[in-house]
Design a protein around this ligand. Structure first.
Ligand code: NAP
Ligand code: SF4
Length: 673
């Protein structure tokens, strides 16, 4: 049996789940509009069918003031019950269980009616909250009870009461915010009163078959936050009030410590969960950056937790659980923690999907159906665009050959996986390779294929995914030995020098700086990561924060750009701040608004504010964008082949793995109609 602990049943009290997999709460952007509930139901149904024993919905507010935004999701009336019914129904049809997450955003809400324990404004919201009176607090408690009653009416199997991540309940429990002088603030008992009263009120109105999960903030990761001793006392009170399962919450939205991005080591905060498990008798779930079954199995087998909560991994692969249970873990499409198509989309109001799995939340319009007329298709280029197209075409019954000039598949993702903190990008390559093998795609490595070869092989259609080559700027001295391209550095072809100028402050320029900071001083092991960012999972530090002990290489790094915009402006919304902070911690210097003049023995010459100066560095790394690699296109067209260009070969200016993988799916769908 594969992963025997992970796939053993667990009695949660109200019911028994067949395995230990929880699909954690994620905001999908669909919770807000009932017209999308059918789509949401299909999303959850497919994850239940794919092995998630217990699903938790995206956050739904129990009260008007607790909404995340104007018109944000809320469970307030029996009319809402009718709208929600299709969601638990769909999950139950697939044999799963689903709980509604009750998320009261408190001062994090993005609207003028926000409320909290305090009138102190959140650093991530433009609205000042109203500090609730004791009477108003009672009304909010009652709203949790009513929303739970309605959730049970709608067919949900339980609720998860969101008590972490800096939301409403956490705004009362944490000493970082709650300086009230009434019975709802001050002492730990008073601050914890809201959480306890909410659980009591909910228990009073739901049946014994209804599961109550509480997501407890194990580490606030904000200054003056909750110390472990108070987390422990709250956990014991919640257990005494009848909570069935404690889910781990790590960090607040305003924390300046990464908690879910790709550079966070797998299960980095497991010791906090382990502590929780040691003091309560009810089941606990471990969270954050668990993305493969061997990790989850090891945590559970060690007895560190009873269940494993994963959220984004279920976006990346609907069948995560089934593949793991049936011994096909190598075919799991692994979440790489990039946030580029999930959380980053939430913040710009775009519907959530997944970079590595464009099918996520598009299940209603993307389906794998056999091609009307199977073709003989050649895919040229084995980066993620080409591999995506090859897998998609083979899934739809086409005869597919994949040609890659290098000896290894992967393209730009191979380079990305060399960046410290982006090691998981290699998982995407492992996934595609496993699928190509399982689908019987013929893969030709180290081959410069020609139009003539393809004609002779009987190919009718070519998907050209030949990617990009780095742009080399026209700059005197650019051909010198002290100038290297980013791909030469990241592939190990050239070693980094002890003083380096990086030309180009786009995503790759930032990545190269991280490489220069950490290639010889890694912080990828959990212990190093926790020390680097100043996280305490063992003592009683307030908010779990201690003095950071940053580790980085002792080399001078200067990141240069011609534009005068803020460095890192183009980076992802939810990860850009981490990259900027990491570079600041590592002492990376920025040169903004420069005009490059030449490179010589002395270093990089530039003009800034009309003054010509030399940056005395031993090495200059070019991260100045890319140009499309389209060398084959003309000869293929001349040979009469149908040519479809995707990925970086199509558009180098916005080199983007999300677009590349999606284009691989789209082009094959169009060819299969
Ligand atoms: P890029 O945005 O093309 O950055 C290259 C930078 O080089 C430009 O911003 C430009 O900045 C500079 N440049 C362009 N032409 C130049 C020239 N002739 N001479 C000197 N400098 C020149 O993107 P990239 O860094 O190559 O990354 C490629 C893609 O991958 C981007 O779409 C990026 O979003 C994505 N990516 C994202 C991440 C992430 O979000 N963490 C990481 C890696 C890659 P100035 O004009 O200001 O000098
Ligand atoms: Fe994971 Fe990235 Fe997909 Fe989000 S977009 S689920 S972080 S792989």
């Amino acid at each position: 049996m594969h992963f025997p602990t992970l796939f053993s049943p667990l009695d949660l009290g109200p019911f028994t789940v067949p395995n230990r997999l929880i699909m954690g709460s994620m905001h999908t952007g669909l919770e807000e509009s009932p017209k999308h509930f059918g789509r949401l139901a299909e999303f959850f149904r497919s994850r239940a069918a794919g092995g998630a024993a217990l699903i938790i919905t995206g956050g739904v507010s129990p009260s008007d003031a607790g909404r995340a935004m104007p018109g944000g999701a809320a469970m307030l009336t029996e009319a809402d019950v009718e709208l929600h019914r299709c969601i638990p129904d769909a999950v139950h049809q697939a044999g799963g269980r689903i709980c509604l997450q009750l998320l009261h955003t408190g001062r994090y809400g993005f609207h003028p009616k926000v409320i909290s324990s305090t009138n102190a404004q959140a650093p991530i919201s433009p609205f000042q909250p109203h500090a609730l009176s004791a009477e108003e607090i009672q009304a909010e408690i009652a709203s949790f009870a009513e929303a739970s009653r309605l959730a049970e009416m709608a067919g949900y199997d339980g609720v998860e009461i969101m008590g972490s991540e800096g939301y409403f309940i956490n705004q009362f429990t944490s000493p970082a915010l709650n300086d009230r002088t009434d019975e709802w603030g001050g002492s730990a008992d008073n601050r914890q009163r809201l959480a306890v009263e909410i659980v009591k009120a909910v228990k009073a109105v739901v049946s014994d078959n209804f599961l109550i999960i509480f997501r407890i903030s194990l580490l606030d990761l904000v200054p003056k936050g909750t110390p472990w001793s108070e987390v422990a006392s709250l956990a014991k009170k919640l257990e005494a009030e009848g909570v069935h399962l404690l889910n781990s919450g790590i960090g607040w939205h305003e924390s300046r410590v990464p908690t879910i991005a790709s550079m966070v080591p797998h299960a980095a905060f497991k010791d906090a969960t382990s502590r929780l498990k040691s003091i309560v008798g009810i089941p606990v779930a471990v969270t954050n950056r668990i993305n493969m079954p061997d990790q989850a199995e090891a945590l559970l087998a060690e007895g560190l937790a009873d269940m494993a909560t994963m959220a984004r991994p279920w976006l990346a692969d609907a069948n995560w659980g089934v593949k793991a249970e049936q011994g096909h873990a190598e075919e799991i499409n692994t979440c790489i923690g990039c946030n580029q198509a999930c959380l980053d989309h939430v913040f710009v109001g775009k519907s959530v999907t997944c970079l590595v799995n464009p099918y996520a939340l598009n299940e209603h319009k993307l389906q794998v159906v056999p091609a009307a007329v199977p073709k003989s298709i050649a895919v040229i280029g084995g980066g993620v665009a080409g591999m995506s197209a090859a897998v998609e075409a083979a899934e739809r019954g086409h005869k597919v050959s994949l040609y890659e000039r290098n000896e290894t598949l992967g393209g730009q993702f191979l380079l990305a996986a060399a960046i410290p903190g982006k090691e998981d990008y290699a998982q995407t390559l492992r996934y595609f390779k496993a699928r190509l093998a399982a689908l019987g795609v013929t893969v030709h490595l180290g081959v410069e294929v020609t139009a003539q070869d393809l004609k002779e092989a009987g190919v009718s259609t070519v998907i050209l995914a030949t990617g990009v080559r780095p742009r080399v700027p026209e700059l005197p001295g650019v051909e010198r030995a002290n100038v290297v391209r980013y791909d030469q550095l990241l592939s190990g072809e050239v070693a980094p020098a002890s003083s380096v100028a990086v030309i180009g402050a786009g995503g790759i320029g930032f990545d190269v700086c991280e490489f220069l900071l950490h290639c010889d001083a890694p912080v990828t092991a959990t212990k190093d990561f926790l020390q680097h960012w100043g996280i305490d999972c063992e003592d009683d530090a307030q908010g779990g924060l201690v003095k950071p002990q940053p580790q980085h290489a002792h080399r001078r790094i200067v990141l240069c750009q011609r534009s005068t915009t803020k460095p890192g402006k183009s980076l992802g919304k939810t990860t850009g701040w981490i990259h900027r902070t990491a570079l600041r911690m590592g002492g990376v210097e920025h040169l903004v608004g420069v005009e490059y003049l030449r490179i010589d023995d002395e270093g990089l010459w530039y003009r800034l504010d009309g003054v010509e100066q030399c940056l005395a560095v031993e090495q200059v790394v070019l991260c100045s964008g890319q140009v499309s690699e389209l060398g084959l296109q003309e000869s293929l067209i001349e040979a009469g082949l149908g040519v479809h260009v995707i990925g970086g070969a199509d558009k180098a200016a916005e080199l983007d793995a999300k677009r590349a993988i999606r284009q691989g799916v789209d082009v094959v769908m169009a060819l299969s109609a």
